[in-house]
Ligand binder design. Structure first.
Ligand code: MG
Ligand code: ZN
Length: 227
């Protein structure tokens, strides 16, 4: 019984990897680089993207694929910034899944104006578990961990913190009001993903947002982030 379960899970991930490679080939053909942005719900993915898109990315035309279980609240916020935004809902259609997988992204490709963009930012469904398991054809993965989530999160969700090339620590404007130890968080992060690049930002005040924008531009220009 246990072995059957393991084999099914392996088959699912193998099938996903095959479709992710097909997505990647389509993105490459279109000259579009892709970032998969992951975090827990409420960590500030959309707020950070708003900040970045308001200021703009030098010589990079961004687009966003907005993943949510239901609704288009975040897509509506971002489309007000005159950036091409495509909504991808996992319910209905994909059983209300709590993550995006390669097949869902593939189903949305026809709705994304790939010829009009250089960088596609995929805002994954807010979830610290399964988004880390499913590649979708991206060039780089970034995850956001906000200081309100506590410094133990790298130890509790190690796969998520390992499966990314960048950890953005958000809401640092709240640090004076919290018992959050940045030092302990960074120690925990180093235990699960030694040497991973990290940056301190506040999407609310704008502090550090230029560094994240610079990282996105580097990905768009083909700079491969160190895994
Ligand atoms: Mg969001
Ligand atoms: Zn899931």
């Amino acid at each position: 019984m246990h072995r059957t379960k393991v084999r099914v899970a392996t088959d699912v991930l193998d099938a996903n990897a095959t479709i992710a490679r097909a997505n990647r080939a389509d993105f490459d053909r279109a000259g579009v680089r892709v970032v998969n942005l992951m975090s827990a719900p409420g960590a500030g993915k959309t707020a950070l993207l708003e900040r970045v898109l308001i200021d703009g990315l030098p010589a990079v035309r961004p687009g966003v694929l907005e993943g949510d279980v239901q609704g288009s609240f975040d897509a509506d916020r971002l489309s007000a910034l005159h950036v091409p935004v495509t909504q991808l809902n996992t319910d209905p259609g994909f059983g209300g899944e709590c993550h995006l997988d390669a097949n869902m992204v593939r189903s949305a490709l026809g709705a994304i104006a790939l010829e009009e963009i250089d960088l596609l930012i995929i805002e994954n469904v807010g979830n610290l578990v399964c988004p880390a398991e499913f590649r979708v054809g991206e060039d780089a993965r970034a995850m956001i961990s906000s200081v309100t989530e506590g410094e133990d999160k790298p130890l509790k969700y190690p796969l998520m913190f390992r499966a990314c090339e960048l950890v953005v620590i958000n809401k640092i404007d709240l640090l004076p009001h919290l018992d959050f130890s940045l030092e302990r968080f960074l120690e925990n992060l180093d235990r699960v993903h030694p040497g991973v690049e990290h940056m301190l930002v506040s999407a609310r005040t704008g502090e550090g947002v230029d560094a994240f924008a610079g990282w996105l531009v580097a990905v768009a220009r083909g700079g491969a982030p160190a895994a």
